[in-house]
Structures are given as C-alpha cells and as structure tokens.
Design a protein around this ligand. Structure first.
Ligand SMILES: [Zn+2]
Length: 158
C-alpha cells in the first residue's frame, strides 16, 4: 500500500515509507501519522544501521516491521515497552536468508554502540533480526534464539 512516505528517501536504499509497513495490517500502517521525533528516529536507524548493513553485504534488506504507532503495536502483539512505537526499532531480514546469521554478528560486532537492542531469531520462515537504537533508561540486550528454541545471551556493555 503506497503512501506519501514512500517518496521520502532516508539513505541510498531506504525510504521512510518502507519503515512504516505492516504485512498483517497494511491499512492501519498506511494510516499512521508519524511525529517529528518518530521521523528522526527512523532516519537515524536507517543511517546508522540499515544502510551500513545493506552496503556491506550488498544485499536487499527487507524491513518486516518498523514504526508501530496509532494502534499498530497492539494489533501485532508488540510489548508495551517495545521501541517500535518510538520509531527506533526494525525487524529485518536479508533477501538471501542464509546471510541472516552473518548480518547479526556484523551488527553485533562492527556496529557496536549504535544499537541498544539486538535480537537474532530463527524460525520456520527463516527468521529475522530485531534491532533498535539505544534508548536512555532501557537496559541494552543482545540475544540469539535458535530454531531448537535455545537462547544465547551476549554481553552488551564491556
Ligand atoms: Zn522488533
């Protein structure tokens, strides 16, 4: 569902619009009216994390879920402390899903300091990565959930 935000380019490969989609609730997503700080946060996420990943791996990076305001976070079952309603978080997966693990470790190690939440999730669809900008007052975390259900936690702060 196209919106005016699709024409606003954040970086070479990311528009504001693609950080505001929902596969399950496209109409709700298309009706979202972001405030200035949502736009700033989405912009920073694109500049500091998404574009560097896109450029380094030279691979299409799909944003499955980004901003969730105006009821969308509740509809998709997002947590009340989620950073999606701030425009600070995105769930992403590469065109080539086999690169998912490499992308997780690239963000974790090479883009350290730019994120406050990083979650690698394997599932029957191939999985995704949840990444969010640092958020004052919220404990940073980094974890990996594997297809067998096991979870590995990584140290964020040295
Ligand atoms: Zn997420």
């Amino acid at each position: 569902m196209r919106t005016e935000y699709d024409d606003i380019r954040f970086t070479t490969n990311f528009s504001m619009g693609e950080m505001m989609k929902s596969a399950l609730f496209p109409e709700v997503a298309a009706a979202m009216k972001p405030e200035e700080y949502h736009k700033q946060n989405m912009f920073l996420l694109a500049v500091l994390i998404l574009q560097p990943v896109r450029t380094y791996f030279n691979m299409i990076i799909n944003v499955d879920s980004g901003l969730r305001i105006d009821g969308l976070n509740g509809l998709v079952g997002g947590s009340t402390t989620s950073l999606h309603p701030e425009g600070k978080a995105a769930d992403i997966y590469p065109e080539n899903r086999s690169a998912l693990r490499d992308i997780f470790f690239y963000i974790k190690d090479e883009l350290r300091g730019r994120w406050g939440e990083l979650k690698y999730v394997e599932n029957e669809n191939g999985g995704f990565i949840h990444v969010a900008l640092p958020h004052f007052g919220k404990e940073p975390f980094c974890s990996a959930t594997y297809i067998d259900g096991s979870v590995e936690y990584f140290k964020v702060l040295e």
